[in-house]
Design a protein around this ligand. Structure first.
Ligand SMILES: C[S@@+](CC[C@H](N)C(=O)[O-])C[C@H]1O[C@@H](n2cnc3c(N)ncnc32)[C@H](O)[C@@H]1O
Length: 286
């Protein structure tokens, strides 16, 4: 990286992304991930990319962009660049009404319709709170139904969050939203006193397959049709045509009678999709 290299610890104070380079970055990020990068996100992008400059030992945003777009660095850097720009906020039992609906309406309905191998997909799973919450609800549901089983696919574009998700280790306050009885069954506390960490039980972890998947892919290879798809709090980062395309492809993976959950601040209105609304931000495929 020649004269663009910086000494360890050197601060990048006062450096900014030029308008031209912001446009290049924004275009690339949008094309690759669907994530909108309007000019109002400039400061946020600078903040997110500072650690990439440090990690690559590059002294300025302009040199970083030259490295990416003219110096052949994009291929090796793309995963990290995308990791840096994704927003990964999540929680156990986030938007708890969805899990209540799942437990009381959707799962009994799916079983009544004859499904015995329930397949659920958390399609933007972040650090794992969503698929582990799903697993807790499903594990409890099948516990006294010996003829019913479940499996979960959990995917995300960011490799950083997938690493956290696969380990299933969290600070103990992160699992605070998990009801006590479920915590007792599905969350282990650290054996050393004073370590404020918990881990999801191996049995629950074994029910989830984690993998990197980009919702911008033209087809999703997820195997047999899903009975439940969670696509929550990711559509908001996409523009309307992209939202419609993603939801259309997700519907292709959803079994007739299967359920689609989107985030409480998201909507499918105006899209031509084979879905009927059955509850607030919950839809059923016809
Ligand atoms: C705000 S989190 C939502 C996590 C979880 N679904 C929830 O509601 O708590 C959004 C997630 O979407 C992921 N994401 C963003 N663009 C994506 C894409 N094109 N394909 C797959 N995942 C994407 C991000 O990496 C991030 O982990």
């Amino acid at each position: 990286m020649g004269n663009a290299a910086i000494k360890e610890g050197q601060q990048l104070v006062g450096d900014h992304i030029s308008k031209r380079n912001f446009e290049k970055l924004a275009r690339f990020i949008y094309d690759y991930s669907g994530i909108k990068m309007p000019p109002t996100k400039l400061t946020m992008l600078e903040g997110r990319l500072r650690r990439r400059l440090r990690a690559t030992n590059i002294s300025s945003f302009d040199s970083y962009c030259d490295f990416l777009f003219d110096g052949g660095g994009l291929e090796q850097e793309v995963v990290h660049l995308i990791d840096a720009v994704t927003t990964n906020k999540t929680d156990f039992f986030r938007e708890a009404k969805h899990f209540e609906y799942l437990q009381t309406v959707a799962l009994p309905d799916l079983v009544k319709r004859g499904s015995r191998r329930l397949r659920a997909w958390s399609s933007a799973c972040s650090t794992g709170a969503e698929p582990y919450t799903l697993a807790m609800v499903l594990a409890d549901f099948v516990a006294d139904r010996s003829d019913v089983d479940y499996s979960i696919l959990a995917t995300d574009l960011s490799t950083d969050v997938l690493q956290v998700a696969k380990r299933g280790i969290y600070a103990d306050d992160v699992v605070a939203p998990v009801p006590t009885d479920l915590r007792r069954r599905y969350v282990m506390t650290a054996s050393q006193p004073g370590r404020r960490e918990v881990r999801i039980t191996p049995r629950l972890r074994s029910k989830i397959g984690f993998g990197r998947m980009n919702l911008m892919d033209k087809t999703y290879s997820v195997g047999d049709p899903m009975h439940i798809i969670f696509c929550r709090n990711v559509l908001i980062y996409f523009d309307k045509p992209t939202q419609a395309d993603v939801l259309g492809r997700l519907c292709d993976c959803l079994a007739p009678g299967g359920y689609m959950f989107i985030g409480h601040s998201e909507s499918i209105s105006g899209f031509d999709l084979p879905l009927k609304q059955v509850s607030n931000t919950v839809f059923q495929r016809y």
